[in-house]
Ligand binder design. Structure first.
Ligand SMILES: *Cc1c(COP(=O)(O)O)cnc(C)c1O
Length: 375
């Protein structure tokens, strides 16, 4: 079945007479149990919760994994679980423009566990292929594609092959693309993570993460990490995320169409110095995205003429677009990323990251055009 059908049909209760169409939320920290518990028997809420399963099964199916996904308290909790697969003293190669908290966590691993951290331009395939081999083999190659916030597109199959040849695991943060647009397991990735907070939940009302692995041993290690660290999700969060996931196909389709149209119009506006979106034929990521992805995503990069002050003035002049961090909600949001001292210094100071929502594209454009004209 197509992903657009799976998001609606997967993770439903059995169809018996009188059964609910939606799975229930079970609010119980413990379950009746005596004697030696059998495998998979409900026991205690930190180990497992039936309310997680419909979401975990649906996301596992969407990503084409042989196992259900594992939900975590947040995207960062899922990333911490995935990066725990790098042994102390190992080598981690990751994009210099990865999500800034992922980069911060990698520095923490370097300081605490002696993990050697190498930052790369993930769009520079030759540089990444060299980095996974030299000066010594990497333990893990971490990939974001498109990257947050620079929208660089990686040559996923080539990088996975090179990493595996060097004996490295490959982890992919698939938050920006969603499994509707890109399924990293099809290209051989070992671990996939999501900030479910973003597109999968989609309504800016829940913080949640997920990690997936095809390999039995890796899946068991991610599961054990969650139980040992207690980085679990609450039942309401997972229920909300499943409710949001039901409309993922419609939301992504609309948001992507809006983003491509706005990118095209922005590129022609005299107040715009640069617009980044892989849908634009002149974008450096266009050819790869067209070859490897089922769409171009709904995040734009915008640099107005006039530097960071003009970027801030543009944000302040908007009435419909919401000035806020985060992304992937139904509402359009934007922010100047370098307002954070922790953002990578190679991200231009005037870059606005725009998360395009599902509003009417003409309303979004009218608001942008009046703000650009006011600069
Ligand atoms: C937001 C985000 C994260 C972190 O997820 P949280 O749910 O906020 O912990 C990780 N990766 C990417 C690409 C993100 O956008």
């Amino acid at each position: 079945m197509s992903p657009a059908t799976l998001v609606v049909a997967a993770g439903r209760p059995e169809r018996t007479q009188g059964a609910p169409v939606n799975p229930p939320v079970i609010l119980s920290s413990t379950f009746v149990s005596q004697g030696v518990p059998g495998a998979g028997e409900p026991l205690y809420g930190r180990m497992d919760a039936a309310t997680w399963h419909p979401f975990e099964e649906t996301l596992g199916t969407l990503e084409g994994s042989v196992h259900p996904a594992l939900v975590y308290a947040s995207g960062m909790a899922a990333i911490a679980a995935a990066l725990s697969l790098v042994p102390p003293g190992g080598r981690l190669v990751l994009p210099r423009h990865a999500y800034q908290v992922t980069l911060g966590y990698a520095q923490d691993l370097r300081d605490r566990l002696g993990i050697d951290v190498t930052l790369v331009d993930i769009a520079d395939t030759d540089a990444v292929v060299t980095a996974v081999r030299e000066p010594r083999a990497a333990s893990m190659l971490w990939i974001e594609t498109p990257t947050n916030p620079m929208l660089e597109v990686a040559d996923l199959p080539v990088l996975v092959e090179a990493a595996h040849a060097a004996g490295a695991l490959v982890g992919v943060d698939n938050t920006f693309a969603t499994p509707l647009v890109q399924r990293p397991f099809e290209h051989g990735a070992d671990v996939v993570v999501h900030s479910v907070t973003k597109y999968l939940a989609g309504h800016t009302d829940v913080v949640l993460g997920a990690a997936l692995a095809d390999d039995d041993d890796l899946h068991a290690r991610l599961h054990a990490y969650r139980t040992l660290h207690g980085s679990i999700a609450g039942p309401f969060e997972v229920w909300l995320a499943l409710r949001g996931l039901r409309t993922l196909a419609l939301r992504v389709e609309r948001a992507q169409a809006n983003a491509a149209e706005l990118a095209r119009r922005l590129a022609e506006h005299p107040a715009v110095a640069e617009v980044r979106h892989p849908s634009l034929p002149a974008d450096p990521g266009h050819e790869r995205a067209a070859r490897l992805m089922d769409g171009f995503g709904a995040i734009l990069g915008l640099r107005p003429h006039g530097g960071p002050d003009a970027a801030d003035a543009l944000v302040a002049a908007l009435r419909l677009w919401v000035p806020a961090t985060s992304l992937g909600g139904v509402e359009s949001t934007l922010e100047r990323r370098r307002r954070f001292a922790t953002e990578s210094l190679t991200v231009p100071e005037d870059l606005l990251r725009m998360s395009v929502g599902i509003e009417d594209v003409e309303d979004l454009w009218r608001d942008l055009a009046q703000a650009l004209d006011s600069l």
